[in-house]
Design a protein around this ligand. Structure first.
Ligand SMILES: C[S@@+](CC[C@H](N)C(=O)[O-])C[C@H]1O[C@@H](n2cnc3c(N)ncnc32)[C@H](O)[C@@H]1O
Length: 279
């Protein structure tokens, strides 16, 4: 691919995957997210959803599309394949370019895949890697988040993410998304199941990019505990929810403290951060 053509392809891909190309005029109604009016509307909508579901219909909320919020990954897209926004995709692009340029050994992994958008972007970017040896791993329950285990992870007490049905995207749906974009091939590998079960024996040897997007303390800790030891020196560790979710931040800080990690943390946007592993 000529350089300017591939650049334009990746720009277009980011805009498609974030839903920024056409914008979105509505979004699903999410329980427990918005004040009492939202909750009331959510309750009514859920009742209607039940009635409409057998007919393949759904109630949605009309919204004014906000390009700025979407670019910063502050809303949950109704249809787009990723919620991480353009800034975090740009940073992911920079990481992968660096990994290829500096020949940092290892595969790439996205832990917390949702509809697969960031993973699709990672796979597309691997086309720039002349070695053609790396893979993209995609770890997810493909059924949403686990209920909090507050006894073992007090920081997750009261966490409601497991109630958000829109965070549960099946493996079939994710694979269909990869297929639609033309990137479902033998350089993507799926690890379906809870992180605590799949990550301890995840079959990759080394990682060059570790992207953690599991929201909760437990999920973030499981990712770091089982995968950080595989991250190559100079590899990138990206924590998507560090700014947005205190429990995620606490897990990250705890892990770094327990392992004496002092590599500086760089902010990507209002929530995403990364650091490069030096030792
Ligand atoms: C916020 S979404 C990820 C967003 C995604 N990275 C994107 O590009 O839009 C969080 C995902 O993490 C998954 N998840 C969270 N905790 C998990 C766990 N402990 N085990 C398996 N999957 C988990 C959920 O199923 C969900 O798909």
């Amino acid at each position: 691919m000529a350089a300017d053509f591939s650049e334009r392809y990746f720009e277009l891909l980011k805009r498609c995957l974030t839903g920024s190309l056409h914008g979105e005029a509505f979004r699903s109604i999410s329980p427990a997210r918005e004040g009492w009016r939202g909750q009331l509307a959510g309750l009514a909508a859920r009742g209607m959803q039940g009635l409409l579901r057998p007919f393949g219909l759904e109630v949605v909320r009309r919204v004014a599309y906000d390009a700025q919020r979407r670019s910063e990954g502050r809303d949950w897209p109704a249809h787009a394949e990723t919620m991480i926004g353009l800034k975090r995709l740009n940073q992911l692009q920079n990481c992968i370019e660096e990994v290829i340029k500096e020949n940092i050994p290892g595969d790439l992994i996205e832990c917390g895949v949702w509809r697969g958008g960031a993973g699709i972007f990672m796979r597309a970017m691997l086309e720039l890697d002349p070695s053609r040896q790396r893979k993209v791993w995609l770890a997810d329950s493909f059924q949403g988040l686990p209920p909090p285990n507050a006894r073992q992870y007090p920081a997750d007490k009261g966490d409601v993410h497991h109630r958000y049905t829109q965070l549960a995207v099946s493996l079939d749906e994710v694979q269909a998304n990869f297929e639609r974009y033309g990137w479902l091939d033998d350089r993507v590998a799926f690890l379906p199941g809870w992180f605590r079960d799949t990550l301890p024996n995840a079959p990759m040897e080394r990682l060059a990019v570790l992207r953690a997007d599991g929201d909760m303390y437990e999920s973030t800790m499981d990712i770091l505990r089982h995968l950080y030891p595989k991250l190559s020196i100079n590899g990138f560790c990206i924590i998507d929810d560090y700014g947005a979710i205190p429990a995620c931040r606490q897990a990250t800080d705890d892990y770094r403290r327990e392992h004496g990690i002092q590599d500086p943390i760089h902010a990507i946007d209002w929530t995403g951060v990364y650091w490069r592993r030096s030792t």
